[in-house]
Design a protein around this ligand. Structure first.
Ligand SMILES: [Zn+2]
Length: 255
């Protein structure tokens, strides 16, 4: 709970953003579902999503479940969190120069290597047997200790945190076994890094950060990136609607 409220305690967001993410958490956002069932707006007859037209437009649908946003907005949010982890992980074993840059300016290299470590970013791990889930976000290989870390990041809605962690572990179990066997590693770890779209931090995230030897407070930057991106996603979603709405002629000059 302390970690989940950290962003609010730090107070480093703009007041407008802070208020907006609280409204999102409290589900008081003017979605079609909210208008139809909470406000009971007589002009809202349909609560379906304005973009996919398939599911009820709730705030959770916008922050993490609309199929039209999967390849774009959700991926961007996910990637920003991946970049935070990648940079911190690469600096420690000196795979990149020790100069932390803002995560939104950082671009991970597909492969980084030195005498002791090798690190892959978003790269398929090839094995003899065909394994479908063979492309974790980050793969870190400690050549000296003969250890591999299969790291995968997700930013689901809060009610899906636990399910997502379980899914990630399940998803990479086959790869873990193959890599263990073929590369003759002593230890292979599956490391899911999961936090919610509104910044809720499960205990498991702190555990995972420990496994990959990153400081626990790394979650603070991850949380900020998740929150800022979720605010951006919701803002954009709500704005796009008004842009496509036709403005009645007599009020057009006011718009
Ligand atoms: Zn939708």
């Amino acid at each position: 709970m302390e970690a989940s409220n950290k962003w609010l305690k730090l107070g480093s967001l703009f007041p407008e953003t802070e208020g907006f993410i609280i409204a999102i958490q409290d589900q008081v956002i003017n979605t079609n579902n909210y208008k139809k069932y909470i406000v009971k707006d007589p002009n809202t007859h349909n609560d379906k999503c304005r973009k996919c037209h398939r599911h009820p437009e709730t705030i959770q649908h916008i922050t993490g479940a609309c199929p039209t946003l999967t390849q774009t907005d959700y991926t961007h949010r996910h990637n920003q969190v991946v970049h935070i982890i990648h940079q911190k992980l690469a600096i420690k074993p000196k795979l990149i120069p020790n100069k932390l840059m803002p995560y939104y300016q950082y671009t991970p290299k597909p492969v980084l290597e030195n005498t002791n470590y090798r690190m892959y970013f978003d790269r398929a791990i090839l094995t003899d047997k065909t394994i479908h889930n063979n492309r974790p976000d980050i793969t870190l290989i400690d050549k000296v200790k003969k250890e591999i870390y299969i790291i995968d990041i997700a930013v689901p809605n809060t009610h899906n945190i636990q399910k997502t962690i379980t899914e990630k572990i399940h998803k990479y179990t086959e790869l873990k076994e193959e890599v263990h066997r073929i590369w003759k590693m002593d230890r292979v770890y599956i490391v899911p890094l999961v936090l919610s779209s509104t910044g809720v931090i499960p205990k498991y995230l702190l555990h995972s950060l420990n496994v990959i030897n990153l400081p626990e407070n790394t979650y603070i930057t991850m949380q900020k990136a998740a929150i800022l991106n979720t605010c951006r996603i919701v803002r954009k979603f709500l704005q796009e609607y008004s842009a496509t709405q036709t403005i009645p002629e007599h009020t057009a000059h006011l718009a």
